[in-house]
Design a protein around this ligand. Structure first.
Ligand code: ADP
Ligand code: MG
Length: 399
């Protein structure tokens, strides 16, 4: 990855700094119900205020489809943002034009201004050059602290970065550094865990990882498709029968690339998909026609732990089983705890991401012990798939 500039490379005092942030926070009854995303941008915003920048926040909220829609106004986020930042936050009810320009003109060093939802303008998602220029006009510098939006080439994530001196915020910087250490320039051996429901949703991911990692541990529902491809009967398990050939091709590609594929040798099976369903441990060649695999079994758990113990770097996306249903969370929880212990002991760099993966690590109570947990969802997956993220590419382009 080409080098990107950070807040260490610029003097922001007295400057108008446009900062792209992720304020797409969950709301409940008009209140922000989870402030994780606000806490993620706090270091950047506090640092800018402390250094005397005039901070102007750009963000999208919901999907207003390019038109003003008061129900998707960012104004509701202001109180929670003020609380997190421990300072007043001004609000302008448009992100370009007179309202925005007047609000920016009022700023003094250390102030923070939030501009209305960028997606109230069709030019945002279209990455329209005129709209990007109207945004850029409001500032002297651009900082992107929204890795989670970096897989979209929108005006506030990509277009604007090509018009102003552009820098990565602290949260963006941490994400890029963690992902680079994990996959672009890792300490070997590298183990990747890919789990979750379906092979079909993670084909690009599997294809990219087999070329880059030393061990690919496949868990979750998607392991069933690989087991079936080997001719095993997986009973009523979630299985994509139309992808058996694809699974075989992935295994062949892995072999050619020197990547060892680790599939479960045993499983926890049940006849019903529900919490506390009657269940048993079965070898993968002993699954009944009326049974389904809902988690990896104890032998597989031990094998995963042994693979982790040999590795220096772990990249993890997707749970090992239906972790929302006890006791089928056992494989995911055990693997998460093993990775957390190895990380705490300084033996492993562990990076994880994905909506359900983050939920599973929180459920296991070990998210804080991982080296890095990405909450970026789609952007994290596209990175693992080896795709160029437009928002990141624009930051690293030479200007
Ligand atoms: P992420 O959001 O982290 O990318 P996914 O969405 O791909 O993860 O996968 C998570 C889902 O996979 C969970 O809802 C989980 O219940 C499901 N899952 C995992 N293993 C199984 C299984 N053996 N059978 C059915 N569903 C499973
Ligand atoms: Mg998911």
């Amino acid at each position: 990855m080409a080098a990107f500039k950070t807040l260490d490379d610029v003097d922001v005092a007295g400057k108008r700094v446009l900062v792209r942030v992720d304020l797409n926070v969950p709301m409940d009854g008009g209140q922000v119900s989870d402030d994780t995303r606000l806490r993620a941008i706090q270091p950047t915003l506090n640092e800018l205020a402390q250094k005397g920048a005039k901070t102007i926040l750009l963000a999208h909220f919901g999907r207003p489809k390019g038109k003003r829609d008061e129900s998707q106004s960012l104004k509701v986020v202001v109180p929670a943002l003020e609380k997190t930042l421990m300072q007043d936050v001004a609000f302008a009810d448009d992100c370009v034009g007179e309202a925005a320009e007047a609000a920016v003109a009022k700023l003094t060093p250390g102030d923070v201004l939030l501009l209305e939802n960028t997606r109230f303008h069709a030019g945002e998602e279209a990455n329209d050059p005129d709209f990007a220029a109207a945004l850029a006009k409001l500032g002297d510098l651009y900082v992107n602290d929204a890795f989670s939006a970096a897989h979209r080439a929108h005006a506030s994530t990509e277009g604007i970065a090509r018009l102003l001196p552009a820098f990565a915020g602290r949260s963006m910087q941490a994400e890029l550094e963690a992902l680079t250490k994990a996959l672009s320039d890792p300490e070997r051996p590298v183990v990747a865990v890919v789990g979750g429901a379906k092979v079909s949703s993670k084909l690009d991911l599997l294809g990219n990882l087999v070329e880059r990692v030393d061990f690919l541990v496949i868990g979750g529902g998607m392991a069933n498709t690989f087991l079936a491809a080997q001719g095993l009967d997986v009973g009523k398990s979630l299985c994509e029968r139309d992808l058996l050939e694809t699974a075989t091709e992935i295994v062949a590609k892995a072999k050619a690339a020197g990547c060892a594929i680790v599939l479960p040798v045993d499983a926890r099976v049940a006849k019903e998909f529900r919490a506390n369903a009657e269940n048993r441990v079965a070898a993968v060649d002993d699954v009944g026609a009326d049974e389904m695999i809902l988690d990896i079994g104890p032998k597989a758990i031990a094998e995963v732990a042994a693979v982790f113990a040999q590795a220096k770097t772990l990249v993890w996306n997707g749970p090992f089983g239906a972790f929302e249903l006890t006791p089928f969370d056992a494989g995911t929880v055990a693997a998460a705890k093993t990775a957390a212990e190895l990380t705490e002991a300084g033996k492993l760099l562990s990076v994880a991401g994905g909506g359900d993966t983050v939920a599973a690590l929180n459920h296991a109570g070990v998210a804080d012990q991982f080296s890095y947990v990405s909450t970026a969802g789609g952007a994290f997956l596209e990175w693992l798939e080896g795709k160029d993220l437009p928002g990141v590419a624009a930051l690293t382009a030479t200007k």
